[in-house]
Design a protein around this ligand. Structure first.
Ligand code: C2E
Ligand code: MG
Ligand code: MG
Ligand code: MG
Length: 280
């Protein structure tokens, strides 16, 4: 039997690998026949300004419910869309939804939107993003685009040019998941960025001496570069306390608010405004 041959050899590992590949192929297949506009929606997670305690902006996080596969995580379907050559379509569809939702938010609340590593490398996509923003009528200064280190490392010069173009229009640029890449420190000062999002793995280690000093080092780095630091993955009061103590201005995480549909976000903003009025 096939199984007998596999046992004890490296092909045992490769069985798991095969299963993983099959699962990813299933995501690709479902994506190809998906009614993207109907099956995908955006959720929004608050990012708080620690100085005011108010929601400064929200991060849009894509959600896909496939009729055949059920909920598929964005990490997986974005990667699948990249492999299928569908990422341009998916990015623009999600951006369109997010810009529409953003028009319903108070002007003081900004929108942070994730780009895939492939988006910046495609001049057509960058142009289409700019056109979508212009068409939406949104003040570009309310928009932040989040890029990962992989996006930048694909083609550094091209990414840099795209960032310069976006920023010239007032759009802000954030480096997402900072500290998880392999050469973050090597180039971060060579890019015209506005914000750095400190990966949540650093928050998870905050109760260790090393974790604590790493966080304070990264926050100092942000300050020295004149960039806003955003601590991701704040789940406990201790983590929030540590981020604030080290001078991190913006915070995001389950403790402060989970990703939620636009209607829930609007209700939350109404409630916050009500509390504000009562305290005034
Ligand atoms: P990301 O941009 O780093 O987003 C943060 C992820 O951390 C989100 O996962 C969010 O739900 C989760 N998160 C937030 N606070 C906490 C916390 O306190 N604890 C923990 N454990 N997790 C927290 P999600 O929504 O599953 O998204 C995963 C990744 O998928 C995102 O990472 C982003 O890289 C990608 N993604 C999501 N939406 C989009 C999109 O619209 N376009 C693109 N290109 N990528 C997207
Ligand atoms: Mg992000
Ligand atoms: Mg992140
Ligand atoms: Mg991430």
């Amino acid at each position: 039997h096939a199984k007998e041959h596999r046992r004890g050899s490296t092909t045992f590992f490769s069985q798991e690998h095969e299963d993983a590949i099959r699962a990813e192929r299933a995501v690709e297949a479902a994506l190809r026949v998906a009614d993207l506009a109907a099956e995908m929606e955006m959720h929004y997670q608050p990012i708080l300004d620690t100085r005011s305690g108010a929601i400064a902006l929200v991060e849009g996080l894509a959600r896909w419910t496939s009729p055949t596969l059920g909920r598929v995580s964005p990490d997986r379907f974005i990667a699948a869309a990249e492999r299928c050559g569908m990422i341009h379509t998916v990015t623009l569809l999600l951006l369109h939804k997010a810009l529409g939702d953003c028009a319903r938010l108070p002007p003081a609340v900004g929108l942070s939107f994730n780009l895939s590593a492939h988006d910046l490398a495609s001049p057509e996509t960058v142009i289409a993003i700019l056109a979508a923003v212009r068409l939406s009528g949104l003040d570009p200064r309310r928009l932040t685009l989040e890029l990962t280190e992989t996006a930048l490392m694909r083609d550094f010069e091209q990414a840099k040019d795209a960032i310069i173009t976006l920023r010239a229009l007032g759009i802000k640029v954030a480096l997402d998941d900072f500290g998880t890449g392999y050469s973050s420190l090597g180039y971060v000062h060579r890019l015209p960025l506005d914000k750095i999002k400190i990966d949540r793995s650093f928050m998870a280690d905050i109760d260790t001496d090393l974790g604590c000093s790493l966080i304070s080092t990264i926050i100092d780095l942000c300050q020295n570069l004149g960039l806003d630091g955003i601590a991701e993955g704040i789940e406990t009061a201790d983590q929030l306390d540590a981020a604030q103590r080290h001078g991190c201005r913006y915070v995001q995480g389950y403790l402060l608010g989970k990703p939620m549909p636009i209607v829930d976000l609007l209700q939350k903003l109404d409630r916050d405004a009500e509390v504000e009025r009562l305290h005034a």
